[in-house]
Design a protein around this ligand. Structure first.
Ligand code: KG4
Ligand code: ZN
Length: 351
């Protein structure tokens, strides 16, 4: 069972973890949310600077927490794609330098593969094949997992990611950043059926629709129009009902299309991962729909839904267990398809 030190700096969380196979020996996350909140979203330059400051302390913390010395590690892992280029470079250069210095293999990990692997942390991990609904600030995807490293994307958003829609609508409602937890908190006391909102179907150019794809831009516009017309009426905005109705339609659409995709694919297990998977309404609706449709469901542990390094460590342990590692001169890429995650272990380096 390989043991790795894993680093994650792809967006606005600096994180380090020591992981043995699927067991977290130590994990630490330094969130920058409070600082970015002032600007209403992530400022890339600030994110990079904070990663540079935070990472050494986090590495120290998890190494001490794990009780291991560098010699006790079988590899060093870092997220190398996708993400903010300047931010990704911090974990990349730190991880590759440590690997070089201590003569350990380096594993460059795809951030979304990390999210997929967050489902393997915790009791009774799902057994492939299964379908994953991956919903984060940057991605909304339905991914078929046939084995470790064997991923097929079956659905995606054509515009905003679900988390991005939460963030933008929260800003519209004046609820602050990040929008997901802010909307969830406001929605708790609201009526989720008060306002009818569009579910955003994606048309095929040749006719019909893409049954497993998503579009949140129409919903965003509908929320804007609704808020403007309510404001024109002069009454105070019914924030709780607006937040609850928005949260409900996003959760409904995610659950309906995921369940349909799982059934059509003949898959009996649906797995929920990513930052938006922390949403309680979504977790509840998904488990209810799966129970009704005789599907097994698996929710990633709440603490590993948002960005962390433990999930990156699990992905790296899988690759090391298969005898794979990355070239030490592997760089970073702002974008790279999840289906080609195995390319990060090939020589010459793909980027
Ligand atoms: O996976 P993540 O931490 O970072 C990315 O890789 O994007 O996801 C962050 C996203 C943000 O858009 C945030 O608003 C959303 O996850 N989020 C939530 C909740 N907690 C975080 N969305 C809905 N409900 C939540 N409770
Ligand atoms: Zn993420």
């Amino acid at each position: 069972m390989p043991t790795v030190l894993a680093l994650e700096t792809s967006c606005d969380e600096s994180a380090a973890a020591v992981v043995r196979d699927r067991t977290v020996l130590a994990s630490a996350v330094a969130s920058q949310v409070a600082e970015h909140a002032r600007w209403g979203g992530v400022v890339p330059e600030i994110a990079s600077r904070r990663h540079v400051e935070a990472l050494p302390q986090l590495i120290d913390q998890v190494m001490v927490g794990s009780g291991l010395a560098m010699a006790g590690l079988d590899g060093i892992a870092a997220t190398v794609t996708p993400g903010l280029a300047g931010a990704l470079q911090v974990a990349s250069i730190t991880g590759r330098s440590l690997a070089r210095l201590h003569g350990r293999p380096f594993v460059g990990v795809h951030h979304l593969e990390g999210h997929l692997c967050s489902a393997l942390l915790g009791e009774a991990p799902p057994q492939p094949p299964y379908l994953v609904l991956l919903v984060s600030g940057g991605h909304t995807e339905l991914v078929r997992v046939d084995a470790a490293g064997a991923y097929t994307r079956l659905g995606r958003s054509h515009d905003d990611a679900a988390g991005e829609a939460f963030d933008k609508v929260a800003r519209l409602l004046g609820l602050g950043y990040p929008g997901g937890p802010a909307i969830a908190a406001a929605a708790a006391a609201g009526d989720p059926r008060r306002f009818a909102l569009p579910k955003g179907q994606v048309s095929r150019p040749e006719g019909g629709i893409y049954p497993y794809d998503f579009s949140f831009s129409g919903l965003k516009t509908a929320m804007l129009r609704l808020v403007r017309s309510l404001e024109d009426s002069g009454a105070p905005l019914p924030l709780a009902d607006l937040a609850a109705s928005f949260e409900q339609v996003v959760a409904d659409v995610l659950v309906e299309r995921s369940c349909r995709c799982a059934r059509d694919q003949g898959l009996d297990t649906l797995v929920l991962v990513g930052g938006v998977a922390a949403n309680r309404r979504l977790r509840t609706l998904l488990s209810q729909a799966c129970a009704q449709q005789q599907l097994h469901w698996h929710l990633a542990p709440l603490s590993y839904c948002t960005d962390n390094a433990a999930m990156i460590g699990v992905a790296a342990c899988q690759w090391l267990g298969q005898g794979g590692d990355s070239p030490i001169d592997l760089g970073i890429a702002a974008r790279w398809p999840l289906e080609q995650a195995a390319g990060l272990l090939e020589r010459p380096a793909p980027f």
